[in-house]
Design a protein around this ligand. Sequence first.
Ligand code: ADP
Ligand code: MG
Length: 244
Amino acid sequence: MSPSPALFSLRGVVKRYQRGDETVSIFEGLDMDIQDGDFLAMMGPSGSGKSTLLNLLGGIDRPDAGSILFRGQPLQALSEARMSGWRAANAAFVFQHFNLLPMLSVARNVELPLMLTTLPGAKRRQRVGAALELVGLSAQATRLPSQLSGGQQQRVAIARAIVADTVMILCDEPTGNLDRQTSDEVLNILSLLNRELGKTIVMVTHDARAAAVAARCLRLDKGRFLPAHAAGPVHGTADEPVPA
Ligand code: ADP
Ligand code: MG
């Protein structure tokens, strides 16, 4: 029996943006592997390509060259329609600013990823209930996001990220807007999802405490991964732009 392929294998990934007449190069041949069940932290200075990489992994952006294999299958072969199907099954995002819809209740926000599925209403409500219970917010289901603390709002976003039972959760600075205590609550939940449910988690962070929760940490700098032995406080935890 041949060993099963990695969840992700990136080979020679090239990503460039056009800014006016200028081509901005983000990645020129990036390689990486992510295994099923991994909990990976990604650190690096602002502009080093962390969010771009999350978007590539989540199938909301495509590389200009190179390949992204998902369980051995090249994502670039998928049409837009198939890609959105792939995304629905595999990728959920958690952002720094929670990105909840302010006029919808907590339960409705969590239900959103299920609205495009054929799941009947009763089944949807059951899933929403389970997701809210997992993040400890069952009692807040009928509230509006604005009635919750920042930490609670991020837990709603995590409930939304798990409700469709995707393979992975991609987090872009999930504790960037939270104080220490509420960060810990959010990190504990992410840990639990990884440990107990086997979710693969990729978490961009500038918070060394958050990175310490992950199983491993990669550092991006100018579109490249720094060698593991350079992982120390070389670049500190600085993700903020250097003051002019
Ligand atoms: P990070 O998340 O590490 O701060 P990003 O991946 O957001 O970095 O961005 C990397 C670089 O790519 C930055 O210089 C940013 O300005 C540029 N960039 C990101 N998205 C776009 C886009 N859609 N168009 C043009 N440039 C972009
Ligand atoms: Mg970013």
